[in-house]
Design a protein around this ligand. Structure first.
Ligand code: MG
Length: 345
């Protein structure tokens, strides 16, 4: 019996170890931006349990940085040339258990704060197909704070950007990437992979990329696998400074925070009070306007809980006026031009 228990314990330990390895990043920063006013980029942390005992910096722009007390990655001076949009640094962290190396892109914070999030990009008045790279570029060109898009996993685990779970009769989750890559959108673009989409968005440092992780139509596990794939892609591309996460799947929102404890993770389904989101360390609510109309107390509650407020999909002026009056953080709209014009008045 004792031996059996030991085996079980070992199995649990192994399983727990595997889970930890899956859900914890190796090393990460608490922030990925700098500005003339903000020389402290963020604290370097180990996703595992072992304490970081030594840190070395290398890579192309390493000379611009130093590590301050408390493992804070800091710019040596704020004399980085104004035209430099980002700096790349490789960080090696030594712990009692391992030597961990990761590369990070530290971005000059010129991100816009005008509340305007283009829903599936700016497509309605531009003629671009929704969720196309062209729609993203329009949102960037018109100066939106954020551009939203939706991500699914192909049958062979490649990430594609599309709103619906199927396109041109193909169910994305049941279709191999080779077939999906051949799909043409109505504007002639290929169905974008997440990689191409992120790379297009990382050419600039003004508009955030609001990434919706779609719930799986096959299984909860596949939704979590999609989340892991998305976060691994963001890590691979060093895209942390650009990307905020949203999902209708509450477990996905929580998984984002497990993987990236300082990322922005907001919940879309509109069925939980702000305090409940805060208790689970989510950073924002992203709710339908009708739900906020029914729960006017949630504006105040969200602010008290330091939960950001985004409201979708707001396409009419009276609703925009009401939400601006409520001082929400973001308004997700198919009419970014209308909202931008209103804000510029
Ligand atoms: Mg969406």
């Amino acid at each position: 019996m004792k031996r059996f228990l030991t085996v079980i314990t070992l199995l649990q330990m192994t399983l727990a170890g595997t889970l930890v390895a899956q859900v914890k990043p190796s090393i990460y920063l608490t922030g990925y931006t700098f500005s003339a006013q903000k020389k402290d980029v963020g604290v370097l942390k180990n996703g595992g349990d072992a304490k970081i005992t030594h840190i070395t910096l290398s890579g192309p722009d390493a000379a611009a940085f130093k590590i301050n007390k408390g493992n804070v990655l800091t710019l040596r001076s704020n004399t980085v040339k104004p035209e430099v949009k980002w700096l790349d640094v490789d960080i090696t962290a030594i712990t009692a258990e391992a030597e961990i190396k990761e590369s990070f892109r530290i971005v000059r914070d010129q991100f816009i704060h005008n509340k305007v999030v283009a829903h599936r990009g700016a497509w309605k008045n531009t003629g671009a197909t929704e969720n196309s790279i062209a729609a993203l570029k329009h949102a960037i060109d018109m100066g939106c704070e954020g551009s939203e898009f939706d991500v699914h996993l192909s049958s062979d685990s490649v990430l594609f950007v599309n709103h619906d779970d199927s396109i041109q009769g193909l169910t994305i989750e049941k279709t191999p990437s080779q077939t999906l890559a051949a799909v043409k959108l109505s504007n002639g673009e290929s169905l974008p992979t997440l990689k191409d989409y992120l790379l297009a968005g990382m050419n600039q440092n003004k508009t955030k990329l609001v990434l919706e992780i779609k719930a799986s139509i096959i299984s909860k596990e596949r939704g979590i696998a999609l989340t892991h794939k998305v976060m691994a892609m963001v890590r691979e591309l060093k895209a942390e400074a650009w990307v905020d996460y949203i999902s209708f799947d509450y477990d996905v929102c929580k998984e984002v925070i497990k993987l990236a404890p300082y990322a922005q993770s907001a919940y879309l389904k509109s069925d939980k009070a702000p305090a409940a989101l805060a208790a689970d360390h989510l950073t924002g609510l992203d709710y339908h306007f009708s739900i906020m109309q029914k729960n006017p107390g949630w504006f105040k509650e969200a602010r008290a809980e330091k939960v950001s407020i985004n409201v979708w999909t707001v396409n009419e002026e009276p609703l925009m006026d009401w939400l601006l009056n409520e001082k929400v953080d973001y308004i997700t709209t198919n009419e970014p031009e209308m909202l931008l014009k209103k804000l510029n008045k």
